[in-house]
Design a protein around this ligand. Structure first.
Ligand SMILES: Cc1cc2nc3c(=O)[nH]c(=O)nc-3n(C[C@H](O)[C@H](O)[C@H](O)COP(=O)(O)OP(=O)(O)OC[C@H]3O[C@@H](n4cnc5c(N)ncnc54)[C@H](O)[C@@H]3O)c2cc1C
Length: 304
């Protein structure tokens, strides 16, 4: 009999992708939803065979359920764990992986079974390489990929996850930071992406924000992976949704997840050295060129 496969979810981002990836293990897929009832209902529509639902107490974060989920995974003999990209889900994955002695693999895009082995393909070296790994043991995967559509059909049944040990972890305060950043209410926003080569180049970008009297924002990798700009300033599906009069994207590819955050901007302009960059499909104005040449020229023109 195939060992159970669990997808751990604390929000819905990439959940259908995770369920599809988990299907590669060949057995029934259970989503363990750690959050409010609405999360469990959304998980039920993402294509699993069933949903186990656990809700943290009001003043506790999802991570407080890590001991419960880890113990339940060990009891159930789970062999494959998959997590969504949410930080809390990844924390739960780590705890459950330890409980079932699973090898943890990040960037997983495909899973299959070869005899007794589990075979996982993962994206490595910033997407330049597809690596294949195999194990006779258990696997814990952090999924990577684009959102896939939820399958048609009846939602899976939702059952409560049996109560278990809870971590001694409480939320003692919550302070909103998004509004304080200024980027949400800004009239003009200059946003940088991975086309900017080094953190030191923020000085050059600063000349442009000053000349335009604009706030700085960025794409997700600039804040999340590189930490060059505070996280509350990244724009997109999982970041800020803003509606400035001008959004100037500098060295940003313009992936749908990013552009969702500026759907309500009045004017979107882009500087990108790749004429085929997706951003040119939605931008109102575009300059095809090297930002290291275009930005100084633009600043000079603005100053004049
Ligand atoms: C579930 C999920 C949610 C996500 N949510 C978000 C989100 O909320 N926000 C977000 O931003 N992303 C999000 N992403 C990531 C998104 O898919 C993209 O990977 C990301 O936006 C790419 O960032 P980028 O455009 O800065 O980098 P890249 O894709 O690396 O693009 C860099 C661009 O810069 C250009 N460039 C390079 N050098 C120069 C130069 N010298 N001059 C001018 N142009 C240059 C290149 O042509 C390229 O187009 C999400 C992804 C997933 C899977």
């Amino acid at each position: 009999m195939t060992a159970p496969t669990w997808v751990l979810a604390t929000d819905t981002a990439l959940l259908t992708t995770c369920v599809e990836l988990a299907r590669g293990a060949g057995g029934p897929v259970t989503v363990v939803a750690a959050g409010p009832r609405e999360l469990a209902d959304a998980a039920a529509a993402a294509g699993p065979d069933r949903v186990l639902w656990a809700e943290p107490e009001a003043d506790r974060p999802a991570e407080s359920l890590a001991p419960t989920i880890a113990a339940a995974a060990a009891d159930a003999g789970v062999r494959v764990l998959v997590s969504t990209v949410a930080p809390a889900a990844r924390a739960l994955l780590g705890a459950a992986a330890t409980a079932v002695s699973a090898s943890v693999v990040a960037g997983a895009v495909a899973l299959s079974v070869d005899g007794d082995a589990l075979v996982v393909e993962r994206s490595a070296l910033d997407g330049a390489v597809l690596e294949t790994l195999a194990t006779a043991g258990a696997l814990a995967l952090v999924a990577r990929g684009d959102e896939v559509a939820a399958p048609d059909g009846a939602p899976a049944p939702v059952e409560p996850l049996a109560a278990g040990p809870v971590a001694d972890l409480r939320v003692v305060s919550r302070t909103p930071v998004g509004g304080a950043s200024g980027v949400r209410d800004a009239e003009r926003v200059v946003s940088i992406g991975r086309g900017v080569r080094a953190k030191a180049d923020l000085e050059l970008i600063g000349t442009l924000t000053s000349a335009l009297d604009a706030e700085i924002a960025c794409s997700m990798p600039i804040a999340d992976d590189l930490g060059w700009v505070p996280k509350e300033r990244y724009i997109g599906r999982s970041g800020q949704h803003i509606a400035p009069r001008l959004y100037l994207a500098v060295g940003i590819a313009g992936m749908p997840q990013h552009m969702e955050g500026v759907r309500d901007a009045k004017v979107v302009a882009a500087i990108n050295n790749d004429p085929a960059a997706p951003i040119f499909r939605t931008a109102d104005y575009g300059v095809v060129g090297d930002l290291y040449e275009v930005v100084p020229a633009l600043v000079e023109a603005l100053r004049e």
